[in-house]
Ligand binder design. Sequence first.
Ligand SMILES: *Cc1c(COP(=O)(O)O)cnc(C)c1O
Length: 427
Amino acid sequence: MEQKLSKETLCVQGGWAPKNGEPRVLPIYQSTTFKYDSSEQMARLFDLEESGYFYTRLQNPTNDAVASKIAALEGGVGAMLTSSGQAANFYAVFNICEAGDHFVCSSTIYGGTFNLFAVTMKKLGIECTFVDADAPEEEIDKAFRDNTKCLFGETISNPGINVLDIEKFARIAHRHGVPLIVDNTFATPINCRPFEWGADIVTHSTTKYMDGHATCVGGAVVDSGNFDWEAHADKFPGLTRPDESYHGLTYTKAFGKMAYMTKATAQLMRDLGSIQSPENAFLLNLGLETLHLRMKRHCENAQKVAEWLEANPKVKWVHYCGLKSNKYYELARKYMPDGSCGVIAFGVQGSREDTIRFMDHLKMICIVTHVADARTCVLHPASHTHRQLTDEQLVEAGVAPDLIRLSVGIENVDDIIADLEQAMERI
Ligand SMILES: *Cc1c(COP(=O)(O)O)cnc(C)c1O
């Protein structure tokens, strides 16, 4: 039996196992195309009768190595890289939803995902009902319809820092015969593996902690292989009935546990083409090699900063699931006993102008539209990422108008606190 590797080892060594004489480090296959000796061989690839590379829009060896590292880290059967987290979430849902379908989603999700689900997918004829993830199961049950195809949530919501009760969500989804999709961007598989709690599909914005250095926008979709599509064949005809664009091949019959990932690659990537560039995949892989070290430091620093903020009289409120006072403390301990993430939400005393003044006086900590990278940064969602939402939608999305999102980096924590302190003195 092959040795089962730990997460730390998978971060460093997963995905790429060089053969004799091959490069030790994952190479960048900077090639759009791949050569074959016969026309017939190439034809078999096009019919999905054989697996192999032929065009980078569909598959590329660098991307595949990094995708399989992420699949291994999450404990899934397969994964694909996408050009962004947005593309990953779109593909994850669109792979099983079509015009006339419906899905259910936690209302406390990333603003970009909210827009995608509430506005853009609606234009495609796919409707989304948003639910309060903390509501009792019977309440959430009411959102489901005959044409509901999945349930969606974020392990730790961006920017509200609400923790999802994954087991509860999995129970609800499975009661209605649909898969649970979890966006695991903030926790990363280092701190939480949603498949172990019943999630069926996991997505990532690899732009955040996985890359970790703010160099590449990217995403990933991972399948656990656990959802039984055939048991609910009528709900998922795209997977369980013949695909005319592949000579009548049926994904569940031809690919078993890889049905969902194969369809996502063979149909969605083929037709929509949101691939990650091999060079970005290479950089993402460098990030992944230290993910286990960085996450630990992000969490340690964030815990200290959150405790410092909580004790500061100029701070009105702090939301961090590592604080005992936090509503999500127990859920975080259950799902993320080794730490959650480096992102803290808080508000300062005073007016909206005080919030802006505080942020403008930060020196080392920069105002950037980013989160979850090595450098500490801040953002005011109500004026930045979420400015398209109404005040009502802001509250529904768990974003207070005075919420400052502080993404604690891996610098020396004393320097982070010193910068916060000097800016706090200006209000
Ligand atoms: C950033 C983010 C996304 C979108 O990812 P991009 O890579 O920016 O497209 C999706 N979900 C969550 C939780 C995010 O933080």
